[in-house]
Design a protein around this ligand. Structure first.
Ligand code: CA
Length: 509
């Protein structure tokens, strides 16, 4: 077109169009929230955390998408649970309360009737809400607009989901299905309203059943062993000696390591089709034959178990990471990246052979830590490592503050939004309260307090105490409770434990 004609036409069009509102006058859109919660994912198997296995995980590409999230957002290095077990931690995340107050002190208990959960406030604030995947809160049902949850622990293969209209089976591998369902929900949402999506993966929970695409991955590499794989528990109270979570003595060759024929497999692998079972046998059959012929015993057997456990665990994590990558790609493609807060966490930590253990439960380091990574463009400076002591009781208030909603009085946690903004309140906590009640894996009830340097533990049924000076003993190998040099510290920490117990009104034992 002749430019002399074009310019007057453009001017006319501009005059007819409504004026674009000034940028400053537009109210800021409330951010969306995507919260990915996995199950039993340890910090040391996330590259970004720079812990024992992080270098290996970076080299092997175990968590490239989660690492990218941390690189472009912030990572909490002092993030903890208050009771290291699935159901209690999930209930604390939802309610902002410690176990004794929400009622989920052990596994498979519902949240006490009438207790507030954060999706209530998000809905009130006008958010669309959804939870998809592992829920694990007995008869408690989500109060989100949309929910599809696994019954109990759920299955890795062809899992059942429960929704408002009952139960249905989905064909395929759980981690991928949960991601698919999450993306489907995002696609059909009301695009005029903000949303909160909770993507709750079952993986990498025991019995660590990986997807077929990763059966061969890591087969030829050696996972670094922890220095404490053959810990003798000297220097600790009776609990560490009496537990039942040792790779050597308690990890099951049939169910955990699938070292025998399919009739000995865990139940969830029996849900595979004949073809899927054949695919598994084609890869792991030769491994199992070699294992049987090797007649391993003693430390060599423990080492074999550690390798195979870790490889299945990491294969499960790799699929979780794939799901994170797909969610991030969707947000980017839809132009939602800048205005969506993405959070990655797991319900507690996990032992990857440290102290010879798998599982969690203890107040000790690998167990009590929770990964927590937050990407919030325009608020969180990329690559930040947040040092304040945060807990799962803080998530509920954080999500509600991000959404501009209201929380009830009397919650135990505090919003992390000031910390995310780089303005940690002067009166932020510097010690944390812990109370574990379940009896699983032979770990007795205990409570305790953890500060930046010390961990004080009370096994109150036997009235045994432990004190760890983590500055001198980061692996927590020797309790210094009886050492006179620590008498003053012990007295101070006992006072602090009592203060916390009283402040949270915890009279349970
Ligand atoms: Ca868990």
């Amino acid at each position: 077109m002749n430019p002399r004609l074009l310019y007057p036409l453009l001017a006319l069009a501009a005059a007819l169009l409504p004026a674009r509102p000034a940028r400053a006058a537009a109210p800021p859109a409330r951010p969306n929230i995507v919260f990915v919660l996995s199950d039993d994912h340890s910090l040391q198997t996330i590259g970004a955390y720079n812990l024992r296995l992080s270098k290996f995980c970076r080299q092997q590409g175990v968590t490239p998408n989660i690492d990218r999230l941390a690189d472009r957002g912030g990572l909490f290095v002092n993030s903890f649970c208050g009771n290291s077990l699935c159901s209690p931690s999930r209930a604390s995340i939802l309610t902002g309360l410690h176990s004794h107050a929400h009622g989920v002190m052990t596994l498979d208990k519902p949240i006490r009737p009438g207790v507030w959960t954060y999706p209530d406030s998000l809905r009130e604030a006008g958010y669309q809400t959804a939870v998809i995947g592992k829920w694990h809160l007995a008869s408690t049902r989500p109060t989100t607009d949309y929910w599809r949850i696994l019954p109990g622990q759920g299955d890795y293969w062809h899992p059942d989901f429960i929704g408002p209209n009952g139960r249905e089976t989905h064909a395929g591998y759980a981690t991928d299905i949960i991601t698919d369902m999450s993306l489907d929900w995002l696609r059909q949402r009301d695009k005029t309203r903000p949303f909160m999506l909770m993507v709750q993966q079952k993986a990498p929970h025991r019995n660590w059943v990986p997807p077929p695409r990763y059966y061969r991955w890591l087969a030829d590499v050696r996972v670094p062993e922890p220095e404490t794989l053959f810990d003798d528990y000297a220097g600790r109270a009776s609990a560490a000696h009496d537990q039942k979570m040792e790779i050597a003595r308690h990890m099951d060759l049939a169910v955990d390591l699938k070292a025998f024929a399919p009739d000995k497999w865990p139940g969830e692998m029996k849900r595979m089709t004949a073809e899927e079972q054949a695919d598994w046998i084609a890869v792991f059959g030769p491994r199992n034959a070699a294992f049987t012929n090797a007649h391993l015993a003693g430390r060599e057997l423990t080492r074999w178990k550690y390798q195979e456990y870790m490889k299945d665990y990491l294969r499960c994590i790799k699929a979780v990471d794939d799901g994170v990558g797909r969610l991030l790609a969707y947000l980017k493609a839809e132009g939602l990246e800048d205005n969506t807060v993405v959070v990655y966490a797991s319900d507690q930590g996990f032992y990857n052979g440290e102290h010879g253990w798998f599982d969690k439960r203890w107040i000790y380091e690998e167990s009590i830590h929770m990964p927590l990574i937050v990407r919030w463009p325009s608020v969180v400076k990329p690559g930040t490592r947040f040092a304040p002591v945060v807990q799962n009781i803080d998530y509920a208030e954080t999500f509600v503050e991000i959404a501009g909603g209201k929380v009830p009085e009397g919650l135990h946690g505090r919003s992390l939004v000031p910390i995310l903004r780089g303005q940690t309140p002067a009166d932020w906590r510097d010690s944390l309260y812990y109370h574990y009640y379940d009896a699983g894996h032979g770990v007795p009830r205990h409570n305790g307090v953890r500060t930046d340097r010390y961990t004080l533990v009370h096994f109150y049924r036997t009235n045994e105490w432990e004190l760890f000076d983590r500055k001198k003993d980061p692996q927590q190998l020797r309790s210094v409770l009886g050492d006179p040099a620590y008498a003053k510290t012990v007295a101070e920490l006992k006072t602090e434990l009592l203060r916390l117990k009283t402040a949270f009104k915890d009279d349970t034992e």
